[in-house]
Design a protein around this ligand. Structure first.
Ligand SMILES: Cc1cc2nc3c(=O)[nH]c(=O)nc-3n(C[C@H](O)[C@H](O)[C@H](O)COP(=O)(O)OP(=O)(O)OC[C@H]3O[C@@H](n4cnc5c(N)ncnc54)[C@H](O)[C@@H]3O)c2cc1C
Length: 473
């Protein structure tokens, strides 16, 4: 695959059929699916990172930073659920992951390191390229502006280069959490340690106290990083609800009760029925994860047919519960968190982050308010890790492209200001609500349209459908 290096710009406007903005898993899978379509297309993937297929998630270098689902759940081929298992079996047989033999389970039940998953995505792209008449090229740059013309789209890159394509696709993924006012977030991020950077953590005093904001899967990764770095001191975790992710097990199959009952529409009805199904399962000695896992396939339909007040109700009341029960932790990481919790070294408290406070060198102080309390409290540690999540509201993302798209009226916020609005095929809605014939989006930017629009299987199936659509136009 060809790659154009950063800074290599030519003055002529380059032409292509499809311009894919972002070369994480979404952009890479879309490119692979376009390569599989008949015909001959030129596809440019614009991505500042050195490699395609990785994004933040699959750039991981630590073996302990694994997928949150086992191999059988993480295929990038919507037509073959065993695709990752098959690839991984060969990869392990060729000596690619010798540590996997420490886990006495079938390959389909292994939770691969995310860095290895990135290789798998890259290899599937390379195979699609080898079998195709179309071409994919990686342009290393950030897209800073986009214009839509009658028959084309025009991108401006941060090196000044311009690219013209018949279609453009926003596969820009997730933006790290930002909070208002802006100084608040920049101060927080400047004071915080990268949750995945083990080398920085090795510089901490091993007995010092580390503070973590947020208690989702990024927190779990941060605890794995600290352990790997040799940290043995207290870990204080604060999140609004104080909920830890459950551990992912391998439950048996369960009847797809939502497929049989279309009367369930509101979040309240859904929660009531899911709880009932879980109780039935538990009464039969079956894991509650079995009924819960059947809900996943219906979330897009339920979310998109819900009214705005119902969506709000879901976000306010069901979301914390859904996050901790559905976005579950890989078993080895969950074991570590449980062990440290049991030893009293890791504590979790329900408290909201209120701001950074001045502190002496080598320390960081934060102000928090415990759930149900009026008074705030001050907590000090040697380091702070921010694992508080994602900014889905594009109006608050301080990157040039989202700002330009909003300023040009080419996009509008999605439902509840989660991502951007699009029609069912991914055609982006402009400020007037018209679906663009030229500009499309996929993956996390469509959070507001489908609620779950981020995981491997979500982006893999969206990539296939969007490639088929673009090939027809
Ligand atoms: C740490 C982490 C772990 C995860 N683990 C799992 C997991 O185990 N299982 C699972 O199903 N999902 C997981 N996810 C969800 C994950 O985000 C998706 O699986 C998938 O990576 C989404 O891919 P994406 O390409 O849409 O987004 P991203 O991976 O965010 O990639 C988007 C890319 O777009 C590029 N970009 C953005 N703006 C521009 C621009 N203006 N110009 C050019 N390029 C741009 C960025 O550089 C980035 O590389 C995880 C996410 C994270 C962050």
């Amino acid at each position: 695959m060809r790659e154009t290096q950063r800074g290599q710009a030519t003055s002529a406007i380059r032409q292509a059929d499809v311009l894919i903005i972002g070369g994480g898993l979404s952009g890479t899978m879309l490119a692979a699916q376009l390569l599989r379509q008949s015909g001959q297309r030129q596809i440019l993937v614009i991505e500042p990172r050195r490699e395609l297929g990785r994004g933040e998630a699959y750039s991981a270098v630590e073996l302990g930073h694994t997928l949150n689902g086992n191999a059988a759940r993480m295929s990038v081929d919507p037509d073959n659920a065993d695709d990752l298992t098959q690839w991984l079996t060969e990869y392990i047989a060729n000596g690619g992951w010798p540590e996997s033999d420490q886990q006495p389970v079938p390959v389909s039940e292994l939770f691969p390191p995310r860095g290895i998953f990135g290789l798998y995505a890259q290899q599937r792209l390379a195979e699609a390229q080898a079998a195709s008449q179309s071409t994919v090229e990686h342009i290393r740059a950030e897209v800073i502006d986009l214009q839509v013309e009658e028959h084309s789209t025009l991108l401006t890159l941060d090196n000044g280069q311009q690219l013209q394509g018949v279609f453009a696709v926003l596969a820009t993924g997730m933006f790290p959490a930002a909070r208002t006012p802006q100084t608040f977030s920049s101060g927080l991020n400047a004071a915080a340690v990268d949750p995945w950077d083990v080398s920085v953590m090795t510089e901490l005093d091993p007995q010092s106290t580390v503070l973590i904001i947020g208690s989702g899967l990024t927190m779990v990764d941060a605890v794995v990083s600290l352990e790997q770095a040799g940290h043995r001191g207290p870990i204080e975790i604060f999140s609004r609800h104080g909920l830890l992710p459950h551990v992912r097990r391998q439950p048996p199959s369960w009847v797809d009760f939502l497929a049989e009952d279309h009367t369930i529409r509101s979040p309240r009805q859904l929660l009531r029925e899911v709880r009932r199904q879980c109780r039935v399962a538990l009464d039969q000695g079956i894991d509650w994860q079995a009924p819960l896992d059947t809900v996943r396939g219906h979330i897009g339909r339920l979310w998109s047919q819900a009214s705005e007040p119902e969506k709000r109700q879901f976000v306010r009341h069901v979301r914390p519960w859904w996050e901790s029960h559905h976005h579950r932790s890989p078993p080895l990481s969950a074991e570590l968190v449980a062990r440290l919790h049991g030893e009293g070294r890791l504590r979790i408290q329900a408290a909201s982050f209120k701001g950074l406070e001045p502190s002496v060198a080598g320390e960081v102080s934060i102000r928090l308010r415990r759930r149900g309390e009026q008074q705030s409290m001050l907590v000090t540690g040697a380091a702070l890790i921010n694992s508080s999540g994602i900014e889905y509201d594009w109006r608050r993302v301080a990157r040039p492209l989202p700002r330009q798209l909003l300023a040009r009226g080419l996009i509008q916020p999605g439902p509840l200001a989660l991502g951007i609005a699009a029609d069912v095929s991914g055609a982006v809605l402009d400020a007037q609500g018209h679906a663009s014939p030229r500009l499309f989006a996929m993956g996390p930017p469509l959070r507001g349209m489908w609620w779950e629009s981020t995981a491997v299987t979500d982006v893999a199936s969206q990539a296939k459908a969007l490639a088929a659509k673009l090939a027809q136009l």
